[in-house]
Design a protein. Structure first.
Length: 307
């Protein structure tokens, strides 16, 4: 996914073994309706249909591509190309062309035995709030991206037959209060639950502060009865020694990107919510991020008074 001054943009190429799929979507952040425009395609045998499809064998080398979509790793990061027609929720078609370069910073890399079974390994490579530059053309709109944000998610796994998880990832610039005062910083967040867990705590939870990754503890996702419109809570399962939660976020959804696939004995329910998050349910206040010099830095994100 990427965030620019004008747009939210995301795309993926996915190989689930029994089916291959790809999607791209864009949302105009300044359109009050938050209408999502989307391209999606799937096929159990794309090569037989003349599609050139591949998923890179490595998160740091090679290319993943689908007709109109390409993501290639290089030593400094990733080069992304999109050239597809996207369809709005109300039926309108627009061209989407994007050429973007993502600069790699510190990563969270995880090798994990699913269900504590070494015969079911998972490899995860995540990044958040990485710098991105380039251009986006959406219909008649064009943006030259000089200082955007990108999050990357490369996962290879022998997945469990039934896999269910929650995931949140974001990047932004915000005032950050630390022991040395308030500074303007780039903040990235990657949080999950229910898939890479040990005793209920996900091993892929992290916060990036100006490109430096900090591991955080387990979180719970409090999903509202109407998740497409109402606010979510994402917060730490435990409180720290000061009685505060490491993570205390409120998420406001702005539309969804959904995939409901039923193939008899196989089903996939995937719902992606673009939106915005605020710290401790408050807007217009600095984020409080405090670290302690332990072997693994700990970071706290909470309401201002938690400082």
């Amino acid at each position: 996914y990427m965030g620019t001054t004008k747009f939210w943009l995301g795309f993926a190429v996915v190989d689930l073994g029994y089916i291959k799929a790809a999607f791209a979507y864009i949302v105009d952040k300044h359109d009050r309706s938050h209408e999502r425009f989307e391209f999606e395609s799937r096929s159990p045998f794309p090569s037989l249909m003349g599609f050139e499809v591949a998923v890179a064998a490595s998160s740091t080398r090679g290319c993943s591509h689908w007709p109109g979509l390409r993501a290639c790793a290089w030593d400094g990061g990733y080069r992304l190309h999109v050239d597809v027609v996207v369809t709005g929720q109300y039926g309108a078609d627009r061209g989407l062309v994007a050429d973007l370069v993502v600069t790699r910073q510190e990563s969270l890399v995880l090798s994990f035995p699913l269900a504590n079974d070494t015969g079911r390994p998972a490899y995860v490579h995540k990044g958040a709030a990485w710098p991105v530059k380039g251009s986006v053309r959406f219909g008649e709109q064009r943006e030259e991206v000089a200082d955007g944000f990108a999050g990357i998610d490369f996962t290879r796994a022998l997945a469990l037959r039934r896999t269910v998880w929650n995931w949140a990832s974001t990047g932004f610039v915000s005032d950050v209060r630390t022991s040395s005062g308030v500074t303007r910083s780039r903040v990235g967040i990657n949080l999950s639950a229910r898939v890479y867990d040990i005793e209920g705590e996900s091993m892929e939870n992290a916060v990036w502060l100006d490109g430096i990754v900090h591991v955080v503890g387990g979180v719970e996702f409090v999903v509202p009865a109407n998740p497409r419109n109402d606010t979510w809570l994402v917060r730490s399962r435990q409180k720290n020694d000061l009685g505060h939660r490491e993570i205390d976020l409120v998420f406001e959804p702005h539309g969804t990107r959904e995939d409901h696939t039923w193939l008899g004995v196989v089903a996939m329910e995937f719902v992606h919510f673009p939106g915005r998050s605020v710290s401790g349910g408050r807007t217009g206040r600095p984020w409080c991020l405090s670290t302690t010099p332990t072997a693994v830095s700990r970071i706290t994100i909470a309401a201002g008074e938690a400082c």
